[in-house]
Design a protein around this ligand. Structure first.
Ligand SMILES: Nc1ncnc2c1ncn2[C@@H]1O[C@H](COP(=O)(O)OP(=O)(O)OP(=O)(O)O)[C@@H](O)[C@H]1O
Length: 240
């Protein structure tokens, strides 16, 4: 799929007049963003006070939550016009997500965790297992993961190994957009810097656009763009 074009600039994310309120809290808007774009290939560090709506915005962009009103185009597709099922399918095929807690299924093997991501993205994944195996091998090599870990249950892995598997799972479908939510909060400085380097290298290899949320402002130096959600969002409900 091609990212949408405005002039000659491809856009990974375009939103305008985007509002969102959680069901049951209809009078309480959480987000009201007049306009924001992320160009294809750009890496954006999104920050803002606690409660500013960062995770909510990531969930809208990845299609987990439906918008309340406005326009939200991701990789050229208008998400507001998609059913929940279509959004899930779109996310599985085009967006890699790395969550704070990695969200690996603990009792499944590492291989099964990765195969699940492939399964949700492509019903015919079983048809080309050779290609898939070599893709997994390349990713494990790039992420410095021992291939023998594929057979281990993910709960047996160290935190550092789980992080790398979470990145491998997010990248296995070659996503055009990678969304990463506060993944370094539990890490010491050394592990955090390693994680960031791996993430940046993986994005460069894949030419993915990156939207990264963190409270850790020292990570800003890794990014082309720094966006303060409190300045974008007309709702001022954040608690510092
Ligand atoms: N499932 C939910 N139902 C109702 N309100 C919610 C829900 N999730 C979040 N909120 C509210 O939406 C607002 C934004 O929350 P969100 O988690 O997006 O903020 P955040 O910027 O990610 O915060 P933090 O930095 O503390 O993680 C908050 O007022 C929060 O209470």
């Amino acid at each position: 799929m091609q990212a949408s074009q405005i002039g000659s600039k491809p856009q990974a994310i375009e939103l305008s007049q985007l509002t969102f309120a959680y069901p049951g809290r209809n009078t309480n808007l959480v987000l009201d963003i007049p306009k924001w774009t992320l160009n294809a290939g750009e890496r954006c560090f999104l920050f803002g006070a606690s409660g500013a709506g960062k995770s909510t915005l990531l969930n809208l962009i990845s299609g987990v939550l439906p918008t309340t009103s406005g326009k939200l185009k991701v990789l050229g597709q208008e998400l507001t016009q998609m059913s929940s099922r279509k959004r899930d399918q779109f996310r599985a095929r085009h967006i890699g997500v790395v969550f704070q807690q990695f969200n690996l299924i603990p009792y499944l093997s590492v291989n099964d965790n990765i195969q699940l991501a492939l399964h949700f993205a492509d019903d015919n994944a079983d048809d080309h297992q050779d290609t898939i195996v070599s893709r997994i091998e390349r990713l494990f090599d790039a992420l410095q993961l021992d291939i023998a870990l594929l057979q281990r249950q993910s709960r047996e892995l160290s935190v550092g190994q789980q992080q790398r598997v979470a990145i491998a799972r997010a990248l296995i479908n070659n996503p055009e957009l990678l969304i990463v939510d506060e993944p370094t909060s539990a890490l010491d400085t050394y592990a955090r810097d390693n994680f960031m380097t791996l993430l940046m290298d993986s994005c460069a290899i894949n030419q993915s656009s990156l939207l990264f949320v963190s409270h850790d402002l020292t990570l800003q130096s890794y990014f082309d763009l720094h966006t303060d959600l409190c300045k974008l969002n007309r709702v001022s409900g954040a608690q510092s």
